[in-house]
Design a protein around this ligand. Structure first.
Ligand SMILES: C[S@@+](CC[C@H](N)C(=O)[O-])C[C@H]1O[C@@H](n2cnc3c(N)ncnc32)[C@H](O)[C@@H]1O
Length: 345
């Protein structure tokens, strides 16, 4: 069995990296077929695992917009024959709608929605089209001359990422990253529900909200009490109750329980205060402070500006960089997302 994932094209690499990280930590056993930027098919999934995998992916992913049970792959030329001979009765009950999405394709989406709808109707019994409230959504993704057809079994809640934008939270302070990137970073840290995640520069709690929403226990600390309190207010607002917050300089960090992951956005640039630590030195101090607070197999996912060279600092402490991705913010600033772990002996 197969799943069709339609991903964001906001970044060329992060959506796929996020998917791979979730598959790794959730033990999702499937072949990844990366068709093109925006389309991934997960193949060779056993029938008994399909719905579990489907649920896990829709609950966790930030940069994947839709997940569907994948039904068939065809081309513009073969569409009519393939759709007419397909047995729709086991997938469509009562009513359906067809929606076509294009990724680097020139096809007329509305025309193809009508054409496919008619073909399905002509080859099935007892079903009708309902465009506003269909029982089954048939999703087609067109890429160049190829068409990928799936049906939606579970809806991804994309509204959350709109509703939790920093300025919509009860406690707001400039400098919080967008929630989709925060979710992606949590996922890159390979944490699972029930495990403990720490953000020692928690600010308004943007990263902790995303971790809490996928079921992690969260701890946040910040050198300013106002931020520590604001984080608690925001976490409560999003219904997250399994959390602790501390008013603490990162250099004094000493956790009673070692954490399963650290996800954070340390201060840099003129808009964020670093307490009394000078510029890049905050990164160095952070790596030293965090090491002993992490489990041996824990991952750290962090953001940093391109001009800070993390490599010598992580080497010095005993960490290694596993993955890095650049996000161009403007002409003179690229934000680097790094996934780091302790060096294995
Ligand atoms: C870029 S902001 C983090 C934003 C956060 N991710 C959010 O969602 O709002 C960096 C945070 O680090 C805090 N900070 C600065 N220096 C610190 C230090 N030495 N120890 C702990 N926190 C510090 C700042 O108060 C600020 O809230």
């Amino acid at each position: 069995m197969e799943l069709l994932c339609i991903q964001s094209q906001e970044h060329p690499e992060l959506p796929l990296a996020e998917l791979k990280a979730v598959m790794e930590c959730e033990n999702i056993d499937a072949e990844i077929d990366h068709i093109t930027e925006g389309i991934v098919i997960l193949r060779e999934i056993s029938q008994e695992n399909l719905m579990d995998y489907y649920q896990t992916l829709t609950r966790r992913l930030g940069y994947t917009h839709e997940v569907h049970e994948f039904l068939l792959e065809t081309t513009v030329e073969n569409l009519e024959g393939d759709v007419s001979t397909f047995d729709w009765s086991q997938y469509i009950v009562e009513s359906f709608a067809v929606r076509v999405k294009r990724i680097r394709s020139e096809i007329d989406t509305v025309g193809y929605e009508r054409k496919l709808g008619t073909l399905i109707l002509d080859n099935s019994n007892g079903i009708k089209v309902n465009l506003s409230k269909p029982k089954t959504l048939v999703r087609v993704v067109a890429h160049e001359n190829d068409l990928y057809v799936g049906i939606e079994r579970i809806k991804l809640d994309k509204k959350h990422f709109e509703d939790s934008k920093p300025h919509k939270r009860p406690f707001f302070y400039p400098g919080s990253m967008n929630p989709k990137l925060a979710r992606c970073m949590v996922n890159l840290s390979r944490i699972k529900a029930g495990e403990l995640l720490l953000d020692p520069f928690c600010g308004t709690g943007g990263i902790l909200i995303e971790a809490g929403l996928i079921g992690c226990k969260v701890v946040g600390s910040d050198v300013y009490w106002k931020m520590k309190n604001g984080t608690a207010i925001n976490l409560e607002y999003y219904g997250i109750t399994d959390y602790r917050t501390f008013h603490l300089d990162v250099r004094e960090l000493k956790m009673y329980e070692k954490v399963s992951s650290v996800v954070t956005d340390p201060p840099y640039g003129i808009s964020t205060s670093t307490g009394d630590v000078d510029g890049e030195e905050i990164f160095n101090e952070f790596f030293h402070a965090i090491y002993d607070n992490m489990k041996d197999d824990a991952y750290l996912c962090m953001a940093s500006p391109h001009y800070v060279d993390l490599k010598p600092m992580v080497d010095d402490v005993g960490f290694e960089i596993v993955e890095q991705y650049g996000i161009k913010m403007h002409r003179s600033l690229t934000r680097i997302i790094s996934v780091i772990r302790k060096k294995l002996d």
